[in-house]
Design a protein around this ligand. Structure first.
Ligand code: FAD
Ligand code: NAI
Length: 475
């Protein structure tokens, strides 16, 4: 029986990073992964690489390029006629990126001498070490581990009213691979996936209708950002979003589906579409893990119970990423993977959960870190807010992306930055400065006094910091 210092279950961003960091620290490491490509090949990278972050961003870029040529070049004096796109090429490019990155992780495993155990992993028994079984294509192998890191991730939550077949009714897996652009696309859930993938297919020509159960839009975002996003997505881009609805069911029609629901006003309603995306959140993957064999504690919602250092209820068993509490974000899982590997190696790993950025890759992008204005109000924290609009930023105007703003929230007494919220082009890149600032405990005054290149979008960050002290220079 092979024995390891660390066995990681799951090779998504949380698991493969945990495996690499463990190996770097001199621990003998194996990683169990069951994921198979549609061609039946075992693959590393998890949801993020295979059916999440990476393929969705590849399609977002392609569809944005198409929209730019069609609608955004004219203002630069560039016209193009006969513009077409080939969806098969677009999808093939996305798949190539995924395959290249999956090969990259396999290469990193080799370089770091990590054993990749292919198949489904489960706990069999515990004691001074843990015994795990790996069910692969060629039978069952048992391995022994001093420490186990569970990184089994999550899967799409499905609804009884809209059973997913990944043909007509799709979760993220099907929605990243439509063979043709649906004429009419329905989306259930106006969250991150609904808005990102809804935008992809809208730009490629689909008429998109999004149905959302909650009465408010983008509840996790700062209210000012959510209001701006609502205005841009609905009024300017024509995304049809209906809030406060209740899904009743689906009927197959000759050409597709009829989606039946109740409106916010309580009236029955329906609409027809060719395809439907169900994006109503994700649930942790703990089935088939053998948790019951070793008494691993799982909470009522299916998450593995952990403390702030990702220690589970069992000795030397840790859990990281989507399968534990906290935001379901790839970089949050990566941070936890590094922390746990360092703790196992006797170091002081730690994750600052207050400095985890959020990004929505819509156009314009939305990004934030730290507290929203509504959270500070609810917590009774005295703060000062500064806002800087991209409409006054030369680089944004040059890029013809002058919508949106950066907003900074700082403690009224200490001036320490508590939250930064951005909506606009490249917000995903701009937010990194705010993450560094929060991590280093910076004050808004610090950002206001740092020289920012001109003309650059980053000047909006400085202007927002200046605005906290009511001394904007360009706004
Ligand atoms: P996963 O990536 O889900 O990986 C878990 C792995 O464990 C899987 O490969 C699974 O096969 C394996 N596994 C499970 N059980 C077993 C078992 N018993 N034995 C063996 N293997 C097992 N996040 C971002 O930060 N930015 C984004 O832009 C972003 N975009 C997204 C877009 C979409 C469409 C989706 C669906 C998600 C997106 N996310 C994004 C979220 C991100 O994908 C997840 O937060 C991230 O993948 C979680 O990483 P993880 O390692 O915890 O789990
Ligand atoms: P989500 O939690 O972002 O949004 C789900 C939405 O569906 C919510 O607005 C919710 O109110 C709504 N909803 C729930 N039940 C419903 C119902 N029965 N009818 C109608 N609406 C309903 O979840 P989503 O979009 O599925 O994404 C899952 C997770 O994946 C995200 O929370 C995020 O953690 C991650 N992700 C991150 C991305 C990024 O970082 N850019 C991109 C895509 C996903």
């Amino acid at each position: 029986m092979q024995a390891f210092d660390v066995v990681v279950i799951g090779a998504g961003p949380a698991g493969y990073i945990a495996a690499i960091r463990s190996a770097q620290l001199g621990l003998s490491t194996a990683c169990i992964e069951r994921w198979k490509t549609p061609q039946g090949k075992y693959a590393l990278g998890g949801t993020c690489l295979n059916v999440g972050c990476i393929p969705s961003k590849a399609l977002l870029e392609s569809s944005e390029n198409y929209e730019r040529v069609l609608h955004k070049f004219k203002v630069h004096g560039i016209t193009a006629s006969g513009v077409k796109f080939d969806l098969a090429t677009m999808l093939a490019r996305k798949d190539q990126i995924v395959n290249k990155m999956a090969g990259g992780i396999a290469g990193l495993f080799k370089k770091n001498k990590i054993t990749w155990l292919q198949g489904q992993g489960r706990f069999v028994s515990g004691g001074t070490s843990w015994k795990l079984e790996v069910q692969g294509d060629h039978g069952v192998e048992t391995v022994e581990a001093k420490n186990v890191i569970i990184a089994t991730g999550s899967k799409a939550r499905h609804l009884a009213e809209a059973p997913v077949d990944n043909r007509l009714v799709c979760d993220n897996e099907g929605a990243l691979s439509f063979a043709e652009v649906p004429e009419r696309l329905g989306v259930i859930g106006a969250g991150v996936i609904g808005l990102e993938l809804g935008s992809v297919w809208r730009r490629l020509g689909a008429k998109v209708k999004v149905l959302e159960a909650l009465p408010g839009f983008l509840g996790a975002a700062d209210e000012a950002v959510a209001a701006e996003a609502w205005k841009i997505f609905t009024r300017e881009q024509g995304l049809d979003i209906e809030l406060g609805m209740t899904l009743r069911g689906l009927k197959r029609t000759k050409s597709g589906l009829s989606v039946e629901y109740q409106t916010a006003a309580g009236k029955p309603a329906k609409f027809d579409c060719d395809r439907l995306i169900v994006s109503v959140g994700r649930v942790p993957n703990t089935d088939g893990l053998g948790a019951e064999n070793v008494g691993l504690k799982i909470d009522a919602r299916g998450f593995i119970e952990v403390d702030k250092n990702c220690r589970s209820s069992l000795p030397r068993v840790y859990a990281v990423g989507d399968v534990v509490r906290g935001p379901m974000l790839a970089h949050k899982g990566e941070e936890e993977g590094v922390m746990v590997a360092e703790i196992i190696a006797g170091q002081h790993g730690h994750v600052n959960y207050d400095a985890i950025p959020w990004v929505m890759y819509t156009a314009p992008e939305i990004a934030w870190v730290g507290k929203t204005e509504q959270q500070l109000k609810a917590d009774g924290v005295a703060y000062r807010a500064g806002k800087s609009s991209f409409a006054y930023n030369g680089r944004a105007l040059g890029r013809d992306e002058s919508e949106g703003f950066v907003k900074m929230l700082a403690d009224a007494k200490t001036d320490r930055i508590l939250g930064v919220h951005a909506i606009g082009g490249q917000a995903s890149e701009l937010i990194a400065e705010a993450v560094v600032a929060i991590e280093f405990g910076a004050a808004s005054e610090d950002i206001a006094r740092i020289c920012h290149a001109h003309p650059s979008l980053s000047e909006a960050m400085r202007e927002a910091a200046l605005a906290v002290d009511r001394r904007s220079l360009n706004n």
